[in-house]
Design a protein around this ligand. Structure first.
Ligand code: NI
Length: 160
């Protein structure tokens, strides 16, 4: 495993659409391991492949208190959503900033896991927010385009 460099807003790769993964090649397994290590190291709750410069539909998320319950999603797709939540959001690709974003409070996501087995995951609150935020990255969208009002300055510990 190795830390990867996190791309920062302004890097064109963050605005591009990611391709589906059709076969889990060894280099993607390595990528997933590296993404997890990079996310935990940066104390984030999620990371999408384009944030480390790879235009593939892969995200990792961990919203658990102990940061020991990783969720790995390949080719994720939101198939249902409901409710609304408004709260602060940040991104490892937008260091030192946060903004208020309204998202669905519940989402249901279809994806493949790290073995390319089909899975369905449901989330509410923070998990739902993380799922929507990371899946946005796969279509080249950053949360800043959804921010209500101004981006705020925050300390590192508050970043998602
Ligand atoms: Ni992000």
């Amino acid at each position: 495993m190795a830390l990867r460099i996190i791309r920062i807003m302004g890097d064109e790769i963050l605005t591009k659409k990611c391709r589906k993964v059709t076969e889990l090649k060894p280099r993607y397994r390595e990528l997933i391991d590296d993404m997890l290590e990079t996310m935990y190291h940066a104390q984030g709750v999620g990371l999408a492949a384009p944030q480390v410069g790879v235009l593939k539909q892969i995200v990792v998320i961990d919203v658990s208190e102990e940061a020991n319950q990783p969720i790995i999603l390949i080719n994720p797709e939101i198939v249902a959503s409901s409710g609304e939540q408004t709260g602060q959001e940040g991104c490892l690709s937008v260091p030192g900033k946060a903004g208020i974003v309204t998202r669905a409070n519940y989402v249901k996501v279809k994806a493949c896991d790290e073995n390319m087995e089909e899975i369905t995951i449901e989330g509410e609150g923070l998990l739902a927010r993380a799922l929507q935020h990371e899946i946005d990255h796969l279509s080249g969208e950053l949360y800043v385009s959804r921010v209500e009002g101004e981006l705020m300055n925050v300390t590192q510990e508050e970043e998602g």
